[in-house]
Design a protein. Structure first.
Ligand code: NAD
Length: 519
């Protein structure tokens, strides 16, 4: 308990709030450069998923607190947008160094609140850090366009300018990476930002806010509120918020996309997934099975790019026994225990949902060839653990195929040909990611060309692009028209202003009004 309190009680978290009767560490709000206790009466408990112990509480910010946060963003925008781009860049150059210096500490908080293994939590921070590094090239990313001499003595040029106050709403599964997809890109472009982290894992965002402050970001440029539905509605409706970045489930994402759009905001909404790994019989077997097992069960399957569905094509159907053997060898343990391959699910509710979906598969005719539902982890008997689970003979009409399971469960389908596999993938409503495993270039090319999915890997199981590209999930996995990070991210957080100017050397004066449309 002392170790937990030491991890959580910091600038952004007090051992016990003066406004609460509990002695639980209490997450603060970050308003106008100050970490402040909320005056709310509504709290959400934070659990350690490995033990189900309550380790802290997060406030549902009051209306006044949320208003204060937006107002702080709005005020600071006036100065921040006029701050030179080189000064903004310098702050983010310092920020990326501070994240590197504190990477392991942030990872420990992620493991405590979210459950993933420490190595995986470090990867979570690292992938976010890469977006910050990318944001540091803002001086190139924000370049506009020019066209001289569009007519006599007339030049046209565009500026990319910030929008104003932007907001972010994040999920629980990447407590560092996903907030880092949002506020650094928005802020380096000159926007100010209101962040609402997942109420289940607020610690990493709070740590990252402190580091940003230490990097020199002026007070009010980043504000953080906490909460659930009321906070989300507030963000969707507030007239001073110009754009919303959302990552999470379809249920929330579609609602936020619609509600935010109705009130005139730009919204980018990254949502759920069902990612297929197509295994061709000519694939490198050893490599493919290891990739598949890692991508299906890593992070306990709680990645939006988890390879949760395998399609074994032709003779690759015979590889099933070896796939099962490899999955069995993974070690399930608390994320901070040495050697753990996968940790617990985020909550007891998530565990029940995953187990129910597995049961539905059995009832609907699938074969449960590896059942991790009754796994017991010594010393962590109350944790939300599920071991690697494999369902075979799965058909596209089964619930376990149609729903995103978001747990360490691999559903396996079989086809005779690549064409049948492509048809299955394209009929699935989601389009987040997919991978093909093959040693044949023509097969790989055909798959990439015909498959209707936003991110495709060839012998790469989790093809999340590096941040100089963008995260390009498609179909039911995305709403909006401009993706996260990369050039698209800059486009999302900026608007264009186009100037057309005419300068004559001899200061020509018109002799009569020009009433005809200029051509
Ligand atoms: P979630 O939708 O439950 O929560 C995300 C955020 O929305 C949280 O901040 C939460 O407070 C808020 N929220 C939750 N329910 C809401 C509702 N009904 N109305 C308004 N706001 C609501 O998602 P999660 O469980 O935290 O994350 C898992 C989901 O996120 C999975 O579906 C996963 O695929 C998806 N995800 C997608 C990507 C991607 O880039 N496509 C990345 C990571 C996670």
């Amino acid at each position: 308990a002392r170790r937990i309190t030491a991890l959580l009680c910091n600038t952004w978290c007090s051992p016990s709030s003066s406004f609460s009767s509990s002695s639980m560490p209490t997450t603060k709000l970050f308003i106008n450069g100050k970490f402040v206790d909320s005056k709310t009466t509504k709290w959400v408990d934070i659990h350690n998923p490995a033990t189900n112990e309550t380790i802290g509480r997060v406030p549902e910010a009051t209306q006044d607190e949320m208003e204060a946060a937006v107002s702080s963003c709005k005020q600071s925008f006036k100065v921040w947008a006029e701050t030179s781009i080189l000064s903004r860049q310098q702050i983010f150059l310092r920020y990326q160094q501070l994240i590197k210096d504190n990477l392991k500490e942030i990872a420990k908080i992620i493991t405590l609140e979210q459950g993933k293994t420490l190595a995986d939590a470090e990867g979570d921070v690292f992938r976010g850090l890469q977006v910050v590094e990318h944001a540091c090239s803002v001086t190139s990313l924000m370049l506009g366009e020019t066209l001289p001499s569009v007519t006599k003595d007339m030049d046209t040029y565009t500026f990319r300018l910030p929008l104003g106050v932007c907001a972010g709403i994040a999920p629980f599964n990447f407590p560092a990476m996903i907030p880092l997809w949002m506020f650094p890109m928005a802020m380096v472009c000159g926007n100010t930002f209101l962040m609402k982290p997942s109420e289940r894992v607020p610690g990493a965002t709070m740590f990252l806010a402190k580091l940003l402050q230490d990097s020199g970001a002026p007070d009010g440029t980043l504000n953080i509120i906490h909460g659930q539905h009321a906070a989300v509605k507030f963000i969707c409706d507030h007239p001073d918020i110009k754009a919303i970045s959302f990552v999470g489930s379809n249920q929330a994402g579609e609602y936020i996309y619609e509600r935010g759009s109705i009130s005139g905001k730009r919204v980018q909404s990254n949502m759920g997934a069902k990612n297929h790994g197509v295994v061709m019989p000519d694939a490198n077997k050893e490599n493919t099975l290891n990739q598949l097992v890692g991508a299906a069960f890593g992070a306990a399957g709680q990645r939006c790019m988890a390879l949760s569905t395998a399609i074994l094509v032709g003779n690759a159907r015979g590889w099933l026994p070896e796939l099962i053997e490899r999955a069995k060898k993974l070690r399930v343990n608390a994320g901070d225990q040495p050697g753990a391959d996968l940790g617990p699910l985020i909550s007891a509710g998530a565990k029940k949902r995953v187990c129910d979906l597995v049961e539905s598969g059995v009832k609907e005719g699938a074969e449960l060839v590896l059942d991790g539902r009754s796994v017991r982890v010594k010393g962590y008997e109350n944790g939300n653990f599920v071991g690697p689970t494999i369902l075979t003979k799965v058909k596209p009409n089964m619930t376990c195929y149609k729903e995103e399971v978001f747990g360490p469960v691999l559903v396996v389908l079989e086809t005779e040909t690549l064409a049948e596999a492509i048809e299955i993938v394209n009929r699935n409503p989601y389009g987040n990611g997919t991978a093909i495993f093959t040693t044949n270039g023509a097969t790989a090319r055909k798959y990439c060309h015909l498959v209707d999915v936003g991110q495709v890997g060839v012998n790469v199981p989790i093809p999340v692009p590096l941040p100089m590209f963008s995260f390009t999930g498609s179909r039911a996995s995305f709403r909006g028209d401009t993706n996260f990070y990369g050039k698209q991210g800059v486009q999302f957080y900026t608007q264009l202003k186009t100037i057309t100017s005419q300068w004559n050397e001899e200061d020509a004066t018109m002799t009569s009004p020009a009433v005809v449309m200029p051509t």
